[in-house]
Design a protein around this ligand. Structure first.
Ligand code: KIV
Ligand code: ZN
Length: 385
C-alpha cells in the first residue's frame, strides 16, 4: 500500500477500546450516531468493534459498515481463524474494510498469557495475517504489549507479518509503560532493523497509565509512525488511550517542528463530538482536560485575565473557535482583577468611570470571597448598590 509520508492517519478506536470501558457500553444506534460524527470530523479509520465478542458487537460492525461511506471500517480479532472469519463476515458491506489481528509480543504475554514460546507465537502471528489476507487486502497487525517486548524479537515478528501481507503494523504500548524516549526508540529500532518496514504504515497505540499516551504517540511520530490509534476524550481501558483531539492539536500547533505532517481532521467539531461521546458513554470530561475540558479556554487569575485582555495570544496558544468553543471565558472569582471586572461590565452595557469601578471592585471582592464564581446577576446587583 502506497502512502503519503506527510499524512498522519487517524485511527479512531472510541467505539472499540473506548467502548469496552465498564459503564460506557453503547447501543448500535448510539454507535452509528458517534460514527457519523467521526466521519464528519474526518477520521481515516474507525475501529468499529470486536465482532466475535458478542452478537451485539457483531451487529454493530455490520450496521456501521452499511452506514459509513468515507472511513475505512476496521474490526478487531485475536490471531485465530474463528475470530477472523467472524470479522470478515461483519465487514462484508463496508465500502473499505480492514481486519486488525494480532497477538502478544512480550515474554510476559507469551509465557503468562499464552503459555507458549516465541517461535510458536511468531508462527501464529504470521498465519493470522495470511488467513486475514484471504478476505481483505488491508490487514493491520498488532504486537500486543510491544512496549515491554524484546526489541529483536519484536523486529522479527514485524518483519514476518509484513512479509505475510500486513499493510499496517501496530506497536501498542498496551500497559502505558514506556517513557516517550523509550517508545520512540522502539520505533527507531524497527525502522533500522526490519528490512521491509517501508512496505507498511507504522501505527502507535498508546495507553495512558502513566499519563504519557499522547507524549508517547508524538515521540512515535517523530521517529516514523504515520498512524495514531486514539479516542475522543482519551477514553479507553483503565486510564484510557491517546486522546484524538490532543494529538491533532499538537500536530497543528507544532506543525513545522514536527515535519509538516497533516491530518484531515476538521478540528472545529471537537467540542461537539467530545460532549456527545461524554453524554452517550456516561463519562464526564474532567474540567481541566486539554482542548475539550470546560476550563480549557477559561482564564481566572487576575494576572492572566489582564494579559489576555491586552493581547489574547499572551495566554492563548489555540484559538477556541478552532476547536468549536465560541469564545474564551474570563471567569470572575476572588482572584480576578479590575480589568476582568470592567470587561464584563462593558459586556453587560455598563460604562463605569474609574472611581466607581474602584468601589464596585471592592464590593465585588467581598462577594467573591463568599461565592465561588460571580455571575451576571451578581454584577447587575453590584452596579445597582
Ligand atoms: O492495547 C492494546 O494492545 C490493544 C490491542 C488489541 C490493539 O488494544
Ligand atoms: Zn488498547
Amino acid at each position: 500500500m502506497l502512502h503519503d509520508p506527510n499524512h498522519l492517519y487517524i485511527f479512531d478506536t472510541t467505539l472499540r477500546d473506548g467502548e469496552q470501558v465498564p459503564g460506557c457500553q453503547l447501543s448500535t444506534k448510539e454507535k452509528i450516531d458517534i460514527a457519523l460524527d467521526l466521519e464528519k470530523l474526518g477520521v481515516d479509520i474507525i475501529e468499529a468493534g470486536f465482532p466475535v465478542s458478542s452478537p451485539g458487537d457483531f451487529q454493530s460492525v455490520v450496521e456501521l459498515s452499511r452506514a459509513l461511506k468515507e472511513p475505512i471500517i476496521c474490526a478487531l480479532t485475536r490471531a485465530n481463524k474463528k475470530d477472523i472469519d467472524v470479522a470478515a463476515e461483519s465487514l462484508k458491506e463496508a465500502k473499505r474494510s480492514r481486519i486488525h489481528t494480532g497477538i502478544g509480543s512480550s515474554d510476559m504475554h507469551i509465557k503468562h498469557k499464552f503459555n507458549s514460546t516465541r517461535e510458536e507465537i511468531l508462527e501464529r502471528a504470521i498465519e493470522a495475517v495470511k488467513y486475514a489476507k484471504k478476505y481483505v487486502e488491508d490487514v493491520e497487525f498488532y504486537a500486543e504489549d510491544a512496549g515491554r517486548a524484546d526489541k529483536a524479537y519484536l523486529a522479527q515478528m514485524i518483519e514476518g507479518v509484513i512479509k505475510a501481507g500486513a499493510t499496517v503494523v501496530n506497536i501498542p504500548d498496551t500497559n502505558g509503560y514506556c517513557l516517550p524516549d523509550q517508545y520512540g526508540e522502539i520505533i527507531q529500532y524497527l525502522k533500522e532493523n526490519v528490512s521491509n518496514i517501508d512496505q507498511a504504515i507504522i501505527s502507535a497505540h498508546c495507553h495512558n497509565d502513566l499519563g504519557l499516551a499522547t507524549a508517547n504517540s508524538i515521540s512515535g511520530i517523530q521517529r516514523g509512525v504515520r498512524q495514531i490509534e486514539c479516542t475522543i476524550n482519551g477514553i479507553g481501558e483503565r486510564a484510557g488511550n491517546t486522546s484524538l483531539e490532543e494529538v491533532v492539536m499538537i500536530m497543528k500547533v507544532h506543525n513545522e517542528f514536527l515535519g509538516n505532517i497533516e491530518t484531515t481532521i476538521d478540528t472545529k467539531f471537537f467540542t461537539q463530538i467530545s460532549q456527545k461521546v461524554s453524554r452517550l458513554m456516561n463519562m464526564p470530561v474532567q474540567p481541566n482536560k486539554a482542548i475539550v475540558g470546560k476550563n480549557a479556554f477559561a482564564h481566572s487569575s487576575g494576572i492572566h485575565q489582564d494579559g489576555f485582555l491586552k493581547h489574547r495570544e499572551n495566554y492563548e496558544i489555540i484559538r477556541p473557535e478552532d476547536v468549536g468553543v465560541e469564545e474564551a471565558g474570563i471567569i470572575l472569582t476572588a482572584r480576578s482583577g479590575r480589568a476582568a471586572l470592567n470587561h464584563h461590565l462593558l459586556r453587560l452595557g455598563y460604562q463605569i468611570d474609574k472611581e466607581k469601578l474602584k468601589s464596585i471592585y471592592s464590593a465585588f471582592l467581598t462577594l467573591a470571597d463568599e461565592k465561588k464564581e460571580i455571575k451576571d446577576e451578581d454584577l447587575h446587583q453590584l452596579v445597582k448598590n
